[in-house]
Design a protein around this ligand. Sequence first.
Ligand SMILES: NC(=O)c1ccc[n+]([C@@H]2O[C@H](COP(=O)([O-])OP(=O)(O)OC[C@H]3O[C@@H](n4cnc5c(N)ncnc54)[C@H](OP(=O)(O)O)[C@@H]3O)[C@@H](O)[C@H]2O)c1
Length: 294
Amino acid sequence: MRVLVGGGTGFIGTALTQLLKARGHEVTLVSRNPGPGRITWDELAMSGLPRCDAAVNLAGENILNPLRRWNESFQKEVLSSRLETTQILAKAIIKASQPPKAWVLVTGVAYYQPSPTAEYDEDSPGGDFDFFSNLVTKWEAAARLHGESTRQVVVRSGVVLGRGGGAISQMLLPFRLGLGGPIGSGHQFFPWIHIADLAGILVHALEASHVQGILNGVAPAPTTTNAEFAKALGTVLGRPAFLPLPSVVVQAVFGRERAVMLLEGQKVVPRRTLATGYQYSFPELGAALKEVIA
Ligand SMILES: NC(=O)c1ccc[n+]([C@@H]2O[C@H](COP(=O)([O-])OP(=O)(O)OC[C@H]3O[C@@H](n4cnc5c(N)ncnc54)[C@H](OP(=O)(O)O)[C@@H]3O)[C@@H](O)[C@H]2O)c1
């Protein structure tokens, strides 16, 4: 297949591109910056969809950048970087004379309301209770196509664990120094997925013609809390991980609204992902962390 990947220069996109190429597919990236093997968003909006068999969108301003204050202008960037890129791709697909066979979007489990008791699968309600859940609703709506010619899949991802990026890259230094530990109470759920599995689910969604609709991109392991995650990371690194990061510090750095992403969590199960036949490479947290740290 020829696959067009919006935001494919990033953390998940790099892993996805490697896996697609290893499976014999061709990849063209859509980026803000021109370069070999890329087109820009402006070119895509002006010239329409290049010939491709499938499209994916991964573009989005990094929400948990601790150097950016959670103010109105940053919130607008977080929103527009996702909605506008998704709209450009969706419009290009609608206008294409030969529409791609598959169109896949990665959103997040922030769609589901954090809760210490509820368990969410792909059919559970959500998407209407705070900034991030509303963002996911608008983002998924921006991707929606009417008509049957292109198969549509949305992968709601948990925290992606992989080398060289994502949440772990920010946690490693304090944990290596023995200063790691649970965030806030540590009781909140921590839905996670190894990057090889997220890339694997995306390729499964692109290749398998029976896959359609929402898939939860989380590991099938028994649900992990933030404290269990911190303990497992400390164990893999051979370091103590008992120092809690107080909620007030997280709120001061990230702002109250954004801090919810770290201080609260959802119990999410990949019921449909498993039912579609996807087989996980890293279903267990310990093995996933060992691979990331190795
Ligand atoms: N990583 C996770 O744990 C996780 C979890 C759940 C959901 N997701 C979602 O999955 C997607 C990909 O995640 P990722 O970790 O791979 O992200 P990433 O590496 O931070 O960014 C992906 C790409 O988005 C583009 N981008 C960044 N800021 C942009 C902006 N303001 N406007 C337009 N494009 C922009 C960049 O491409 P160019 O510089 O080439 O334009 C970047 O390479 C994101 O939408 C993210 O919200 C990620």
